[in-house]
Design a protein. Structure first.
Length: 762
């Protein structure tokens, strides 16, 4: 190697840290090359002209042409310090990122169509859901239509390239014979339009990269590489690890621009391992260089969210469809890159099998105790079995990806709308205790199930609770079904749908039921609050007769003011979920079984199944703010219990008892996911003995059938110090819900709520 070549290589590699700040700010105030296309206003004018001239065109074609205009005519730019290109001026690059950002010119078209539906076809259903959201019965997306939990068929994309998919469209047309329906013809034409436009965008990036070489001699190797890459992908199958990453990133950006949030970036160590392995074998790349590419790739996701959103999911570990272990060299290289990146986004899902290597447990446990906690540990055995019970083949079920946070879906075969609704299970208690009336707002929300003061047995209370929940769940289902029937007109997605092989085979969009599997998620929040409240009333009203129902209701109305003795009795003298107490555990199982059975009796609006989950994400706080005091001793407006675990401060028998309780619930009845939040004190995991203790804890959770677990390791003194001197703790990560954040980026109120949680001891 000549000296000049060595200098060039040094400028190309080992540059991540020196460019890190620039990469982190890459989506802030982007300066687009004005010579490369139309301004945003110019694009808007062209879009409006097209839509005005084609008002009766099928919406999937209207959407495709809007996409084409933006992608082929919009301004672009390239940062020569970066390995990956993506900057297209579509209007969706927000300096203050937020969930459901609709500012993209393409996404905004679907937002208009959604508004039309919500004020027209599904106005009644949308109003019903809005009332449910505002009253604390549930939370969810507009109209109950989840456009934010889906993943493309990554393996299909990487194996074929867009030209390969276009060939598959031609073959599918021929296989269906003639005549095909107008809907099928419109869908196929839309796929062809968006894929050809995407290929042209890559060519534009290649042209721009080549034109920049003369002005950026210090980046000549990288710009040449970018140009060569964009001449090949996404049109064709990637030739290298770098090209595979570029392909995935560009498709991520364009699918989100189109209108669906990509909530899983695939099985990283399975889908990308062949490209990595080939590069290493051919000498094109060293492991260190591959690791640097991963960091350049992953920081894009963090620079997008900047810690304000819930992150992108990458999956490691797990199994192939035949049941063999995936874990390989790339698994550990990715974990090394994750540790060095030290950012809360992206987030990792680590799939564990009984056969998983001991070193995988050790590496993951060590990362967790060091504070790198933007990960969830998923138990493959119950996760796969839960999907099989809901109609997936075992081979397909093994091919699942956690979508969003913990919710599994079959890659390339499932439109898993996992968060259509998050149900406040505790609100059912409040309504059952007030004959269906919301005591905070004075509105009749549920059916009249009787004056609880007349109840003479716990069975009557249980019946009132389930009747309230039945009424709400059935009403929510009706609203979601109505919205899903409108999905093809609200958000046609040909770019995404074309990555799902069965959408192409059938000639159907995502919202038309194109994939083999079409599921809808019903997430249950506040399990512990329901269990503890029902058990409290069972004990103190119906068994001990220590308090009358009237006196309990009066205390709840007053938020336990002037009745702290009752509150303390309810808190401390009644068994609580999460302590391995047989009465509490049996009741929690009964609640979970009821909820799962009810949800699993439903069919969604796309002909698919509805699937139950037990977790809370940030709804523990948001839902808690909309509900009054409860018989478990919880004060009004305070947080609900996190995940499927105990209420804050109530798992007094330690983490082992907590796991014993949680694993009594059959995780195979939770096909839409579940999670246990575990908080440990640093001293419990210190040194080699502490590491082994943490590994044993993880393995115990898995062996006993737990679904998924996520960890925090912290002490209150450190968190208080971070509040006082945030400049000294800028990289202190905490696992907030289904994602991690830097502690110092939270508001003072959020920090105090987090500190209020109680650490467990091993």
């Amino acid at each position: 190697m000549t000296t000049s070549t060595q200098e060039t290589d040094q400028r190309v590699w080992n540059t991540f840290e020196q460019n890190r700040n620039q990469l982190f700010n890459q989506f802030q105030d982007i300066s687009f090359n004005q010579m490369t296309g139309l301004s945003l206003q110019g694009l808007k004018d062209e879009i409006e002209t097209y839509l005005h001239a084609n008002p009766d065109q099928p919406r999937v074609l209207q959407k495709a042409h809007v996409f084409r205009i933006v992608v082929t005519r919009g301004q672009i730019t390239i940062d020569p310090h970066d390995w990956f290109v993506d900057k297209l001026n579509h209007g969706g690059h927000s300096s203050t990122p937020r969930a459901g950002d609709e500012s993209s010119l393409v996404r905004s078209v679907s937002l208009t169509w959604l508004h039309e539906a919500m004020t027209g076809t599904i106005a009644e259903e949308s109003s019903w859901l809005d009332r449910a959201y505002s009253s604390g019965q549930a939370s969810g997306p507009k109209a109950g239509l989840d456009r934010g939990h889906i993943a493309p068929g990554w393996d299909y994309l990487l194996s074929r390239g867009l030209q390969g998919l276009l060939k598959d469209v031609t073959l599918a047309r021929q296989a269906l014979g003639k005549p095909i329906t107008e809907e099928q013809e419109a869908f196929y034409s839309a796929v062809e339009i968006v894929y050809n436009a995407t290929i042209l965008l890559a060519e534009r990036f290649a042209d721009l990269a080549e034109s920049m070489i003369s002005n950026h001699p210090q980046h000549v190797v990288r710009l040449h590489t970018i140009a060569s890459c964009c001449r090949n992908v996404p049109a064709h199958r990637p030739r290298t690890f770098h090209e595979a990453l570029q392909f995935m990133w560009l498709m991520h950006e364009l699918i989100e621009m189109e209108g669906e949030l990509v909530r899983s970036m695939g099985q990283f160590d399975r889908s990308l391992y062949p490209f990595y392995q080939a590069d290493i074998k051919a000498g094109r790349l060293t492991p260190e260089q591959a690791k640097e590419l991963i960091k350049f790739f992953w920081i894009k996701f963090y620079s997008r969210t900047r810690g304000h959103l819930n992150g992108k999911n990458f999956v490691l570990g797990g199994q192939y469809p035949d049941g063999t272990e995936i874990t390989n060299e790339l698994t550990y290289l990715a974990l090394d890159a994750y540790e060095e990146l030290n950012a809360p986004d992206p987030k990792l899902s680590i799939r564990f099998l009984p056969s998983s290597p001991s070193f995988l447990y050790q590496r993951v446990a060590d990362l967790i105790r060091k504070g790198h906690n933007s990960m969830v540990l998923i138990n493959d055995e119950p996760a796969v079995e839960a999907l099989v019970k809901r109609g997936k083949t075992r081979e397909d079920a093994r091919f699942y990806l956690p979508i969003g946070c913990y919710e599994p879906a079959v890659e390339g075969k499932e439109a898993a709308c996992t968060m259509n609704i998050t149900v406040n299970l505790a609100k059912g208690i409040e309504l059952a205790l007030h004959n269906g009336r919301d005591p905070l707002r004075g509105r009749q929300l549920g059916p009249q199930t009787g004056d609880p003061c007349t109840f003479t047995s716990f069975d009557q209370l249980w019946m009132a609770y389930t009747q309230q929940m039945d009424a709400f769940l059935e009403g929510a289902l009706s609203c979601i079904q109505a919205a899903e029937h409108c999905w093809p007109r609200i958000n046609p997605s040909p770019l995404l749908a074309g990555t799902i092989k069965d959408c192409i085979t059938r000639g159907r969009d995502i919202g038309q039921g194109g994939p083999i599997y079409n599921s809808t998620g019903f997430v249950g929040a506040g399990l512990a609050n329901v269990c503890d409240s029902l058990l409290a009333l069972k004990q103190v009203v119906f068994e001990e007769r220590r308090y009358t129902m009237e006196s309990v209701l009066d205390a709840l109305k007053r938020n336990f003011e002037d009745n702290e003795p009752m509150r303390q009795y309810l808190l401390n003298r009644v068994p609580k979920w999460g302590n391995n107490h047989p009465d509490a555990d049996a009741l929690a199982q009964r609640i979970a079984d009821y909820y799962c059975s009810k949800v699993h009796s439903f069919t969604n609006g796309r002909g698919g199944v509805c699937q139950a989950a037990l977790f809370t994400l940030d709804y523990a706080w948001k839902g808690g703010k909309k509900i009054g005091a409860l018989p478990d001793g919880r004060r009004a407006y305070s947080s609900l219990a996190p995940g499927m675990g105990a209420s804050y401060g109530q798992d007094k028998n330690g983490v082992t008892a907590l796991i014993n309780s949680i694993t009594k619930i059959d995780a195979t009845r939770l096909p839409n996911g579940a999670v246990l939040d575990i908080t440990l004190h640093p001293t419990a995991v210190r040194g080699s003995e502490g590491l082994e203790a943490l590994i044993t804890l993880i393995k115990t959770f898995m062996v006993q059938g737990g679904y998924a677990a996520q960890f925090n390791v912290y002490d209150v003194d450190t968190l208080r110090a971070a509040q006082q001197h945030p400049e000294n703790y800028t990289t202190l990560q905490i696992r907030l819900t289904g994602w991690s954040v830097y502690f110092t980026t939270l508001s003072a109120d959020e920090q105090n709520q987090f500190i209020a949680r109680i650490s467990h001891g091993l």
